[in-house]
Write a protein that binds this ligand. Structure first.
Ligand code: XIL
Length: 386
């Protein structure tokens, strides 16, 4: 055995030397790919981003090369949601999702499927029969199963992990009131996980939600996951969306949630990360899609550019968050930003349309912001993962 191993090693060395010799002898130098954010985090956790439709379609000419340099995981911002991938009964629209998956595979990326079951961006017909009457529990389960089998089945072995259920818990920690709950009952979550597991036994399966680092909602998620585990359903990771702000949530709350989820044996992922830098209307904390507010000038404090002093505040906040992620690097397996650069962020238009936000690490010209450097400094000084 040892002899065989040594032979292989000697053979590999010979091939390596030959390659070096050949590349020198024909005068060609191998140009190393420029280092990007993901490279600094090698051996710690994956660094992901969401891709918009335009980026997937290559309409944003700079985006795809830039993404390949900085990120090793991708999620479709919209292209795999029910209303997009399965817009009408019996009609699937896989074009954009296929392109994204091809791109991810070509670039050796970890591809995340977002999302199989959600109350939002799901057409009304999903819950109705052909006469517009509410479906029965059995019929809706059948529809859900068909959807999950078709979508997960198509990307079996290509998509590495799925947000199986998105946002099933309300801010009060109880099950969110939705058509899924109303028609199927509480076990819709269990069923979705069962179908996804059957459709691709090797894919990781996640529960994904916002504000689940905060006490009330966190307790609801812990109960949900424990109930699933008691029924023999394996949830591989919890996705904490991470739609966060300069001054909230408190780092202690996040840390507490990391401990609580890790204690359940879950991996932890920050799945839709950004740090909002402009004011939120009163009462909006998190990412409840249905909440909207009208435009007001005073709510758009940096309509031209983001001041240097604020860049520093953002850099500090990002550094503190990444210090925490790195402290829990044994549990945190991925950090995905919700957008590539500031111009792509949904936070320019939600919950107030038409504002200018600066929540990501790269500016609208794809230039790294001071926050980018600050994040890299955190990993340079963090103890190596054992
Ligand atoms: C957002 C997208 O970024 C927008 O483009 C879209 O208009 C609405 O949805 N929680 C989620 C994400 O799980 O899918 C949402 O994405 C943001 C909140």
């Amino acid at each position: 055995m040892i002899i065989i191993k040594n032979r292989i090693t000697n053979f590999s060395l010979a091939v390596f030397l030959l390659t070096v010799f050949m590349s020198c002898s024909n005068g060609q130098k191998t140009v190393p790919q420029q280092e990007g954010l993901k490279d600094y985090f090698k051996g710690r956790f994956l660094i992901g981003t969401a891709l918009s439709d335009d980026q997937i379609l290559g309409k944003d000419s700079l985006a795809l090369d830039f993404v390949a340099r900085h990120f090793n995981s991708i999620t479709a911002e919209n292209a795999m949601k029910w209303e997009r991938i399965h817009p009408e009964p019996g009609v699937y629209s896989f074009g954009k999702a296929d392109s994204m998956v091809d791109y991810g595979q070509r670039n050796n990326m970890f591809i995340v499927g977002h999302c199989l079951l959600w109350h939002s961006q799901t057409p009304k017909w999903v819950f109705e029969d052909s006469l517009g009457k509410p479906l029965t529990r059995e019929a809706l389960l059948q529809r859900l199963k068909e959807h999950i089998f078709t979508v997960v089945g198509r990307y079996k072995g290509k998509v590495g992990g799925w947000d199986v259920v998105n946002e099933a818990i309300g801010d009060d920690g109880m099950m969110r009131k939705s058509k899924w709950l109303e028609i199927i009952g509480e076990d819709f979550v269990q069923k979705a996980f069962e179908y996804a597991r059957e459709a691709d036994p090797k894919a990781e399966l996640y529960y994904n939600d916002y504000n689940i680092e905060l006490k009330g909602k966190r307790e609801g998620v812990i109960k949900l996951i424990k109930d699933l585990q008691a029924k023999g359903i394996k949830v591989d990771a919890v996705g904490i969306q991470g739609h966060w702000h300069l001054d909230s949530p408190d780092l202690n709350e996040i840390e507490e949630s990391f401990r609580a989820y890790a204690a359940l044996g879950l991996k932890i992922m920050i799945t839709e990360f950004e740090v909002n830098v402009i004011p939120e209307p009163t009462g909006i904390v998190g990412a409840e899609i249905s909440q909207r507010a009208d435009y007001q000038e005073k709510m758009n404090p940096y309509p031209v550019s983001f001041p240097d002093s604020m860049q520093q505040v953002l850099a500090k906040r990002y550094a503190a968050l990444f210090d925490l992620f790195l402290k829990y690097q044994d549990n945190v397996s991925r950090v995905t930003f919700w957008g590539v650069q500031d111009g792509n962020s949904w936070k320019n238009n939600w919950p107030i349309p038409g504002r200018k936000n600066y929540p990501l690490l790269f500016d609208r010209n794809y230039e790294p912001k001071p926050a980018y450097q600050a994040v890299i400094e955190t990993v340079k000084k963090a103890p190596v993962k054992q």
